[in-house]
Ligand binder design. Structure first.
Ligand SMILES: Nc1ncnc2c1ncn2[C@@H]1O[C@H](COP(=O)(O)OP(=O)(O)O)[C@@H](O)[C@H]1O
Ligand SMILES: [Mg+2]
Length: 312
């Protein structure tokens, strides 16, 4: 019997659930364990797993060095990390977005605030984007943590940015107001093939669509015009990324008013922009979607076979 590990942080061991996928894996003669990467006492034998699968409960942003050490350890010992180490290092630093922008993928107007920037530097950087309202977020961040909406002419907001960048780099972006009405679309791909999508939205007025801020999730219909445009954009972003043949990937997209250089794909006066391309520990939204759970389990089975040099 083959064996896989779904990786979480020790603090999440009891709570993490991926029941439907585990049931589908069992039908394929694959057993699954939930394993912590940051256990202080004993280190698991990672070599015994046929595939190691990071999950959204792998809470790492406050222990990034530890995560990088874990990834390096798996690489050194040849353990079967699903999406490989270089992909994880690339994807956990949001500067990858700027690289994708260079390659023609539309983002909200985006800049970088260096670690340790002074008030003067923060003012210069935020003003240079030419937008009144911005979103500021850590370069290494997840789940909307330390992500805030700021006004470029508000002194308190700017002081908060100076505090936040004291010992970390930040990404600063034009605030996309459509997040409040359209929400954010997540498109999930297994082995490069589109599987399913969701729309995440928040009716509480908070701009962050994560559940912890009151956000909700619904299945995305991809057969209509909007779905088609978003899916085409997501596929392009994935094809342009420097890593291919990824077991899983999630592309987060929102809709924004087009600026001149934006892609010609327009939808009721808006165009897709990339929020994130998540290829490390995304929520793949298989819960409550049996067909998606089945496709994920099947992708895992195929990947194990490929890794073993067998034909699928
Ligand atoms: N430029 C933006 N305009 C509007 N809302 C944003 C913007 N950037 C982020 N958000 C909101 O903040 C949330 C978290 O930001 P995101 O870039 O997805 O980082 P992460 O999910 O890694 O914390 C998004 O899901 C979205 O709701
Ligand atoms: Mg996100």
């Amino acid at each position: 019997m083959k064996q896989v590990a779904f990786v979480v942080a020790a603090s999440e061991l009891e709570d993490y659930k991926i029941t439907e996928v585990i049931q589908e894996l069992a039908k394929r003669d694959i057993s699954a364990e939930i394993v912590a990467f940051d256990e202080d006492t004993a280190s698991p034998d990672w070599g015994k797993y046929d595939l190691i699968l990071p999950t959204p409960s792998l809470d790492y942003t406050h222990q990034y060095e530890r995560l990088l050490q874990w990834v390096a350890h798996l690489e050194k010992t040849g353990a079967a990390l699903a999406n490989p180490g270089p992909v994880i290092r690339w994807n956990t630093h949001k500067s990858y977005l700027l690289q994708l922008r260079e390659k023609g993928i539309s983002l909200p107007h985006t800049g970088v605030i260096q670690s340790g920037s002074t008030m003067e530097q923060v003012v210069a950087q935020t003003e240079s984007l030419g937008c009144k309202e911005l979103v500021v977020k850590p370069m290494v961040g997840a789940s909307g943590k330390d992500t805030s909406r700021v006004m470029v002419d508000n002194k308190i907001d700017l002081e908060n940015i100076v505090k936040l960048c004291k010992d970390q780099e930040l990404l600063v972006q034009e605030f996309i107001p459509e997040i409040l009405t359209c929400g954010e679309f997540s498109l999930i791909f297994f082995n490069g093939v589109f599987s399913h999508g969701v729309r995440k939205f928040n009716v509480t007025g908070d701009f962050r669509i994560q559940g912890s801020y009151g956000g909700q999730v619904e299945q995305l219909i991809v057969d209509d015009e909007q779905g088609h445009v978003i899916k085409t954009f997501a596929q392009r972003a994935l094809q342009i990324a420097p890593f291919q043949n990824l077991l899983y990937a999630r592309v987060d997209v929102t809709l924004a008013k087009p600026s001149q250089e934006d892609s010609p794909l327009t939808l009721a006066g808006t165009t897709p922009v990339l929020m994130e391309l998540e290829v490390f520990e995304p929520d793949l939204f298989t819960g409550g979607n049996p067909a998606a759970a089945k496709r994920y389990a099947e992708a895992i089975r195929r990947r194990i076979q490929e890794n073993n040099g067998q034909k699928c």
